[in-house]
Write a protein that binds this ligand. Structure first.
Ligand SMILES: [Fe+2]
Length: 176
């Protein structure tokens, strides 16, 4: 199984500048782009994805994660409801700021999922029957398609804030 794949995204540097200028230096956990801003990101990324995969895609969501220094995220699966209806299986992650010391980890095991409504970011909570068993880790310091439908989390092993833009498309970008 492929957990991640680095990809060439020509508009990455432009998007880095756009996202950095859209951060107000507040630690709000995440910032969701909508309206004109989402359309702008789509105008840059949809052609990049078409050139990469040969597939026409539409941008569905773009969320910038804002992680405090030394932030350690809970292991989770992305989604809103346990059946993961309308939830993407992959995301295109674009490093925005200080992403070179924050590994992402993926885990195997047997588990059940439950809804987590207490957090500002919606994701599915995991109850482990066996595991978690570390499958692979990767520092996401270049544009990378990542699997978000298997257990994962990140750790910001730095004394600086970390910004990562995570983009979803319709249809989903496929990873083997
Ligand atoms: Fe996630």
């Amino acid at each position: 199984m492929e957990y991640f794949k680095e990809v060439h995204i020509p508009s990455w540097r432009i998007i880095q500048k756009f996202c950095q200028s859209n951060w107000d230096r507040q630690f709000t956990t995440s910032k969701s782009f909508g309206g004109k801003n989402l359309a702008y990101l789509g105008s840059l990324l949809e052609p990049d994805i078409r050139n990469l995969t040969g597939q026409e895609v539409k941008i569905k969501a773009a969320v910038m994660f804002i992680n405090r220094p030394q932030f350690k995220q809970e292991i989770h699966i992305d989604g809103f409801t346990v059946d993961r209806a309308n939830t993407s299986n992959t995301a295109l992650n674009l490093p925005i700021l200080n992403c070179d010391t924050a590994p992402m980890f993926w885990y195997d095991g047997e588990y059940t999922l439950s809804m987590n409504t207490s957090d500002t970011i919606k994701y599915l909570r995991i109850t482990w029957q066996t595991g978690p068993i570390l499958a692979i880790e990767k520092i996401i310091d270049k544009p990378t398609i990542v699997k978000v439908n298997i257990p994962h989390h990140i750790e910001n092993r730095s004394d600086l804030p970390r910004l990562m833009l995570s983009v979803r498309f319709t249809p989903d970008i496929q990873l083997g």
